[in-house]
Design a protein around this ligand. Sequence first.
Ligand code: SF4
Length: 262
Amino acid sequence: MIYYPVMTQPATTTTNLVEIFSAIQGEGLNVGTRQIFIRFGGCDLRCYFCDSAHTWETNSRCRIEQTPGKRDFVEYENPVAEEQLLSWIRQQHQGHLHDSISLTGGEPLLHAKFLKQFLPKLKEQTLLPIYLETGGHRPQQLSLILDQIDCIGMDMKLPSVSSENRWQAHKDFLRRCSPQKDVFVKLIVTNQTHWDDLAKASTIIASVSRQIPVILQPATPVPGIAITPPSAEQMLFWQQSLKSSLSAVRVIPQTHKMIGQL
Ligand code: SF4
């Protein structure tokens, strides 16, 4: 892999990245669409099932795909300046290939101050919708950039699955999203998921709007982590039960892993 140093800029115009690449979205309501992924470094949660532990801390380097979908990464130094990031996106944004841009991580809302000034330029340059993938626990940071976001996929962390308990923050977060934004809730479930957690999530979501789409996502086994997906019987029962209070409950596994995609 080739390495190029990058000039650093003042703190408000730089950010810490993990990677940029073009891929087929494998989760949630945007499943199957083609996106430019901007993966930010750093996460303040520690979900038990996390398959992106390499994003938890900020790194001294990031990797940037040179050709959309080719995985011909080149490494660069962090932090990354705004103009440099825009030029990498220009490189990715070819023809009519992409449907939207995904802000992911880690937790992209840890970079809200940077995003507040970056997103208007990104939208002006690409004219693509902006999709935010988030843990859904940082409502104040969301408010900083909400006007620039087109679609939000928020996780609701179930304590029996993630060991995280963020109910109040999730409620506040969802209230800021709906009804003005296109938002859906993702619930990652394992064979150890407690129905009480799903019922609590359902109550919070329905208190905002029963029309908010909910995705039940069976956890994908991660090497080295003792995790087992739910049985078909569990999924059928949970979907049926949640549909008594919510309008749209879908079961969608991580499809990008089924096709062996990064
Ligand atoms: S919020 Fe996402 S990146 Fe952070 S620990 Fe949980 S699964 Fe991993």
